[in-house]
Design a protein around this ligand. Structure first.
Ligand code: UDX
Length: 432
């Protein structure tokens, strides 16, 4: 099929590269000409995602994947148009849909034959209605079109694997033609295809992310009880998660969830619910618990070190999770900002996210070359992101360079007994 992907960010670029790899002819368009230049003229890609650079290169070379800043050409040349533009949070928590509206108007202007317009960006329920209305209002001819919703569930760090081997594909449609086109497009992928109405598909996306975030806040809430009683949250989570009705995924207590999706999508879901007349109290509490997790980290460091001014704190891990350089809504940023407010000195290390943090934090913190460098003269190490390379460290070496051997294990990955035997003070999240 001939496809156009509008928006070459995370979702757009992964979708474009994967659909090209499945044998389609794909044009990825974006109004950021610098990005398109980079993608056209070099083998580099603007984001860090394992395997994506190679997949883009391969499909550029075989001629199935091209990039353009000319959206008009993309629209005229394709049967299916995927909208993958950003839907950032506005100040009131609602999703900013101006990008979606702009693309809808441009599609309306240039539509010259039947098109299937697929909304892949995460959007509040009923956005498809607006897309339809907009195209109908601004189109200059009688060309037919369908709108469909096909939410994306990929995770950063395993995006290609998630796209190619999904648990399910959700398509929200209101015509047989749209359903058949999307089923054909995804026929090379072996998985269950869930067909619903469009609003159902829109709700599925927000509800899935909100449910996962709820699991995380639930286990973080339970970790509070473990802190107060001395029970170990890792054992508690295992005991809960081995019940197959609950399952073990997303039951890891820690410093709170971050990233470009969960925090933003929960806000948008709360907002659209409110607009529809339903106050989503459960999700408000999920958000609140997530914020409290970061405050808990600061209280725990105070318990280890007493006063924070002039103390040196090493932060291991800055990305919102491993295998990405993404620091959007990363717990590390909130924790660093709170510590700076308390006049602590900060030394940081992350295998991938250092440049992005440097852009945001400038010279307010010290950037280090590895975990040992970060621990130099530190009064406490905080493990914020559980990169694999942080799992096996030489603790004797860490202790020898620290001023005072204390570890706050923000992801509960270390053997607390071993660390205590080596002379460290240890605190976990719901674990001693
Ligand atoms: C998420 C959804 O998983 C994905 O389906 C959707 O398309 C986009 O949002 P992503 O944001 O890439 O993906 O990361 P994910 O792996 O889900 O982790 C999100 C956050 O939750 C991270 O900050 C992670 O550290 C945290 N988390 C996850 C926990 O704190 N505990 C857990 O048990 C799992």
């Amino acid at each position: 099929m001939r496809l156009t992907i509008v928006g070459s960010g995370y979702v757009g670029l992964v979708t474009g590269a994967c659909l090209a790899d499945l044998g389609n002819q794909v044009i990825c368009v974006d109004n950021d000409t610098e990005k398109i230049d980079l993608l056209t003229k070099s083998d580099e890609i603007p984001i860090y995602e394992p395997g994506l650079e190679e997949l883009v290169k391969k499909n550029k070379e075989n001629g199935r994947l091209t990039f353009s800043s000319d959206i008009e050409f993309g629209i005229k040349d394709s049967d299916v148009i995927f909208i993958c533009v950003g839907t950032p949070s506005r100040d009131d928590g609602s999703a900013d849909l101006t990008g979606i509206e702009k693309v809808s108007r441009i599609i309306a202007e240039h539509i010259d034959s039947y098109k299937l317009v697929v909304e892949k960006s995460t959007v509040p329920v009923e956005t498809s209605e607006w897309i339809k209305k907009t195209i109908n209002t601004f189109k200059k001819n009688g060309c037919e079109f369908d709108v469909a919703s096909n939410p994306e569930f990929l995770r950063e760090g395993s995006a290609i694997e998630d796209f190619m081997n999904p648990d399910r594909i959700v398509i929200g449609v209101e015509s047989k033609k749209a359903e058949e086109l999307l089923k054909e497009l995804y026929s090379p992928i072996e998985t269950k295809i869930v067909v619903s109405d469009i609003k159902g598909a829109e709700i599925i996306k927000h509800a899935s992310n909100s449910f996962l975030a709820t699991k995380i806040s639930f286990i973080n809430a339970i970790s509070n009880l473990c802190d107060r009683t001395g029970a170990d949250i890792n054992a508690v989570a295992e005991g809960i998660g081995l019940d197959s009705r609950i399952n073990r995924h997303f039951l890891k207590a820690g410093v709170g969830f971050g990233g470009s999706c969960f925090p933003k999508d929960i806000k948008a879901f709360i907002h659209i619910s409110e607009k529809l007349g339903y106050s989503f109290g459960l999700l408000k509490e999920v958000e609140k618990i997530n914020q409290e997790q970061k405050d808990r980290v600061i209280r725990k460091i105070e318990e280890l070190l007493w006063n924070l001014p002039e103390k040196t704190i090493a932060i291991w891990g800055l990305a919102f999770k491993p295998h990405t350089d993404d620091i959007r809504s990363a717990p590390s940023m909130d924790i660093i900002k709170s510590l700076l407010k308390e006049k602590a000195k900060i030394r940081v290390f992350d295998p991938e996210a250092m440049e992005k943090v440097r852009k945001e934090m400038g010279n307010r913190i010290v950037y280090c070359k590895d975990v040992y460098d970060a621990a130099q003269d530190a009064d406490c190490v905080i493990l914020v992101t559980e990169w694999n390379e942080f799992k096996e460290v030489d603790w004797d070496r860490v202790k020898s360079v620290m001023k005072h051997p204390a570890v706050l294990d923000g992801r509960n990955i270390y053997d607390s007994g071993k660390l205590k035997n080596l002379g460290f003070k240890y605190a976990g999240i719901g674990r001693r």
